[in-house]
Design a protein around this ligand. Sequence first.
Ligand code: LLP
Length: 378
Amino acid sequence: MKNIPFKQIVDKFGTPLYVYHGEHIEKQYAKLKEAFKEIDLRIHYAMKANENIEILKIIKNLGGGIDAVSTNEVDRAFGVGFKPEDIVFTPSCASVSEIIYALDKKVNVHIGAIEYFPLLGNKLKGKKIGLRINPGVSIGGNQKIATSHSDSKFGIPVIFLEKIKKYQKEYGFVVNSLHVHAGSNISNVEDLKNSIDNFFKYTTIFDNLEYLDVGSGLKIKYKEDDKEIDLESYAAHIKSKLKEYKLNLKIKIEPGKFLVGNSGYLVTTVNIIKQGYKKTFAGLNSGFNHLIRPMYYEAYHEIVNISNPGGKLKKYDIVGQLCEEDTFAYNRKINELRIGDIVIIKSAGAYAASMSMDYNLRAKPKEILFKNGKLYLM
Ligand code: LLP
């Protein structure tokens, strides 16, 4: 954060604003590559985290691929120059026509419900198909972002896998990959390893697998004393499972947050300091229309007053300007806030701009990329 010229950026572009640090994305990508260096790994950036074209270009230049969840995302990836083989398509409850579109474009489709097979029928002939499975095991994390437990809408329950084997013959396709995504922001690497153990059990059902896609869930630091997930130990576990099952397969991984989460900052201005009955509210020119994570997931984001770094620490409820209870942080201690101060909300690179909206007819913030000492309006 200290390397980014926020004051200069605000003078030029005003607030609210998303600012992304390009080198951070490159650093995270390199970390992942290094940790998995003994595995035939392919990184597919989950573009739902942040679909900005400049960010996709960074991923492309690094040699990564894309995980897309809608045909619009697939088309955007094509627009940036990704090839069909660089793209995995893992939608949730998408229409049959979206799946046919992706199959026709020859991207790697992961089917997430057995019910699609009869509906796709002869469209499947000669195709290689991936399956997103749901092992039905809860492995912790926030319920709103846990996706492989038995009550989750995601993935094919494993009890249906034998039937899909029969469908292969009936419709003339081949299952060439299995996919699992246990959830997001999984803090304990043991949980991820357990998910992998469960997942590998089902690799013995299909004979023509070419790759396994282990989704993501890679935690990042939202607080100073948070720990990032232990990548080395996770990679070693995957390697040992490949050995145990005697599989010589490519591994695909689909990080979103890990690559871009901590590259981003939501830069805001204090509109008003307001005294309530007991609380002091700092009203920012933002709200859940720009960053919904604190309100929807009770997520913690660090908040910094860059205009008054030496100011006395005081407690505030830091809120937005929507006609809603849009509280970024309750009882947060922060250097004294004054009207006009610039306040930065950290870890806003993933699921901030991509989940933003223009509720109350408040415009979405501009996005600025800071890379190699230069600023780019994205
Ligand atoms: N692959 C699949 C199939 C996914 O569904 C997701 C995220 C990812 C990969 C990327 O996961 P990540 O590396 O970003 O954890 N909006 C929530 C997170 C929702 C995640 C949805 N799927 C949040 O802000 O925490």
